[in-house]
Write a protein of this length. Structure first.
Length: 506
């Protein structure tokens, strides 16, 4: 009994230690499970948000704007002077042809029933109505006169102007229409074939494909020349990428996931060029090869494939505050709670408020304005991030969002280095949208070569849109002039240098 009484405290102490260890282990497991539940709950709510929620990331003005300082330059906006019509709608363009249809009161009813006098005309009331008629095809007949010599019986025929497609059926206007329908309006070729049939023209789909290929071959030198205007040494470019499915010829019925990259650049404040490049994969070799020799600022997301570009120091990484903000906005919208995410969005909103005011400044003015206004906010925001980084679970949604900002803090601050830089990469994301809309309609490219052709045509069309150039007018004119344009004069046909010289639709 004495021995048992001596060993009992030891056994109890051992049991207590084992219980404490077990409790500690259970607490750790509970924390892990709670974090996992929170993560899964966030993913579920994010899925519902993506399916049914709004996509806008705009915040209330009070959160996105800072208090106006006395040294800020006022921003003046042009008023719309077109004015409404009497019925409250905007006026229709004066350039549209008009067909007058007169409506009058019958002669026998132009008498006043009260006094019996005849009415006299005061004037007229014109009501505009917009109408439409289907597009019209027309045939150009190139009549070449033929002459003969009575002495030697030689025959001479007038030369035919060089055509966009040698001995081809399609004129420049039809080629422009096919390209714009598919790559700007996202209308696949089989639907265009149906539209042509409704107008009485039968064109095989294979012929439409051949026309697109011929157009790309003629426009390729223009895109090659535009590249030198995008990759200007010492300037900045915006870049992004998006997947595109490509039909795999080796596996019947299967598709391969390729990649379309966009590069936006040129100009001091307003970009001039949008270029696209296709690669079979998302390998880092794609942007490295395309940007070979470029020096300056590269504004992109945090894709690791760009990292090797930054190692030499000749290309400076500029981060995207829109990407940083997006994670916090998703947390706000999926959890429906006011918390750290709301505070982070408020901090970033102050930075965007400064950018809104800085839009009216020159590059030099904006550089110093950012240094004076944005830098103090960034310092305070970083202290806020470091303080809360220690209090949240690392793998929780808010923990990951805070870690993203801290891990890319230097890149996110690099937009302060030059006034021509932007706070985010939305310029490249806007250039990606036409590709996203297109692939929802034509689903996939027919081959890798087809995807490369799409990159060329998107480069032309989106650059025209960026510079306010009518895409049909441009293609119709340029495809007509290209066969007789020398390489040394090719610069005049770039979308941002182009001046319309011909009208081939008449």
């Amino acid at each position: 009994m004495k021995i048992a009484s001596e060993t009992e405290p030891t056994i109890l102490l051992q049991l207590l230690q084992e219980q404490q260890l077990m409790n500690q282990k259970l607490l750790q497991q509970n924390e892990q499970l709670q974090a996992r539940i929170e993560q899964l709950q966030h993913q579920l709510e994010k899925l519902f948000y993506l399916l049914y929620g709004t996509k806008s990331e705009k915040q209330p003005i009070s959160e996105a704007k800072t208090t106006k300082k006395s040294d800020e330059r006022p921003v003046f906006r042009q008023k719309d002077r077109s004015g409404p019509t009497p019925n409250g709608r905007g006026r229709l363009p004066e350039a549209l042809p008009r067909v007058s249809i007169e409506h009058d009161i019958e002669e026998k009813k132009r008498y006043c029933q009260a006094c019996g006098l005849r009415w006299h005309r005061l004037g007229q009331v014109v009501t505009e109505q917009l109408d439409f008629k289907p597009a019209e095809f027309f045939v150009k007949e190139h009549v070449r006169y033929k002459y003969a010599c009575r002495g030697c019986e030689s025959v001479f025929i007038a030369d035919c102007p060089v055509q966009p497609i040698d001995k081809g059926l399609a004129g420049a206007g039809v080629l422009a229409e096919v390209v714009i329908n598919k790559y700007q309006d996202a209308l696949p070729l089989y639907r265009q074939q149906q539209r042509f049939a409704r107008l009485g023209i039968t064109v095989p789909r294979s012929t439409l494909c051949d026309w697109v290929t011929q157009v790309v071959e003629r426009l390729q030198p223009i895109v090659d020349k535009m590249k030198s205007d995008v990759l200007i040494p010492g300037k900045r470019i915006f870049t992004d990428d998006t997947p595109i499915r490509v039909l795999d010829n080796d596996k019947k019925g299967k598709t391969h996931l390729g990649r379309l990259w966009t590069y936006v650049g040129g100009g001091e404040r307003k970009p001039l060029c949008v270029l696209y490049d296709y690669t079979p994969s998302r390998s880092q070799k794609g942007p490295q090869q395309y940007l070979e020799g470029f020096t300056g600022y590269c504004q992109a997301d945090a894709y690791p494939g760009y990292d090797q570009l930054y190692q030499s120091g000749k290309v400076i990484e500029v981060g995207c505050w829109a990407h940083a903000r997006r994670a916090f906005v998703e947390i706000m919208k999926t959890t429906k709670q006011e918390g750290l995410a709301n505070e982070a969005v408020h901090w970033i909103g102050q930075l965007y408020g400064i950018e809104e005011t800085g839009k009216a400044f020159t590059c030099v003015e904006r550089f110093y304005y950012r240094r004076r206004q944005a830098r103090p906010i960034l310092k305070q925001f970083k202290r806020w991030l470091l303080r809360h980084h220690l209090t949240v679970l690392p793998k929780s949604p808010i923990g990951k969002a805070i870690a993203y900002v801290l891990n890319h803090w230097q890149a996110l601050n690099n937009y302060l280095r030059d006034g021509m830089l932007e706070i985010d990469n939305n310029t490249a994301e806007r250039a990606i949208k036409p590709l996203v809309i297109g692939r929802k309609n034509y689903l996939f490219a027919g081959s890798h070569e087809g995807a490369k052709r799409a990159a060329v045509l998107y480069s032309i069309l989106e650059t025209c849109k960026l510079n306010g150039v009518n895409t049909w007018d441009y293609l119709n004119d340029v495809l007509t002039r290209l066969p007789t344009t020398l390489m040394k004069d090719l610069g005049s046909l770039l979308p941002y240098n182009w001046t319309k010289l011909t009208t081939n639709c008449q």
